[in-house]
Ligand binder design. Sequence first.
Ligand code: LMR
Length: 341
Amino acid sequence: MIPRSTSLLRRSLLAIAATAAIVPAAFAQAPIVIKFSHVVAQDTPKGKAADYFAKRAAELTKGKVKVEVYPNSQLYKDKEEMEALQLGSVQMLAPSLSKFAPLGVKEFEVFDLPFIFDDYSDLHAVTNGPVGQNLLKKLESRGITGLAYWDNGFKVMSANKPLKSVEDFKGLKMRIQSSKVLDAQMRAVGAMPQVLAFSETYQALQTGVVDGTENPPSNLYTQKMHEVQKHVSVTNHGYLGYAVVVNKKFWDGLPADVRTALNKAMADATKVANEVALKDNQDALAAVKASGKSVIYSPSIGERFLLKKAMVPVHKQMASRIGQETIDEIYKVTGFDPSKL
Ligand code: LMR
């Protein structure tokens, strides 16, 4: 006969074994959570692409990964989200390319140079080629892995007065992103740049803290900035796009098969992002027009040329900050030659 104490021990061991058999299964099912924070509305190119990525990531990893998207600066504003990524409080972001210089990677401000890209095809030749890929690699030393470039679009200028000629910008307080190149661009036309977080821009325009701003139409419209700006000028003077980035330590620590699936989900989301960006910006401009709240002005070829002439000297002025080499690499890809102006 088994002594009572031994049988009790056996029963306890059996109970522990049974629990142990259940617990690992429960752990195995707990998905890896990726918090993806961004500052724009859900119905923007970035917002839609982030949601699509979340869906594709769940499909391709068969539920092993759950991407939680937090739009509209719900979690963090521009500057804080970068810090949160580096600390690992969030795992993924898609900040605009203008927002990487404060991390010390000043080369990214090359994308802010006015009139450096004529169109999306110029831009994609850069982002899909070695220049764009080498720029992403520079983020590694900051604990960040760059996964992809996502488009938004070419920027319009807005204010409460018509912006037709260079003189019209004189003395205007213009909200910009935290980029020294954008600062120089606004000063080149006599405006007074003011850095503000994206989430604070609408109110600053509404209360007159600033007079105007620049952004692609999709951002202008989804933030309702056109309701507090009487005039929009379709200058297409510069580009605004994103780098999708992830905390490097988190990314490197993922199982290889999960990383492969997420890379595929990202490639699919990038395709969607760029298609949506093109369409949303056209639609947004039409919607601003239809709202009747802002008058849309399309500068003539001559007016645009004068704006270009006033702004392009910023390329030379900013060369020591960005690196002439990076600027030249882009000129080589796009064929832009500032001396021919
Ligand atoms: C801005 O601050 O104007 C943009 O970078 C916002 C965004 O993420 O599109």
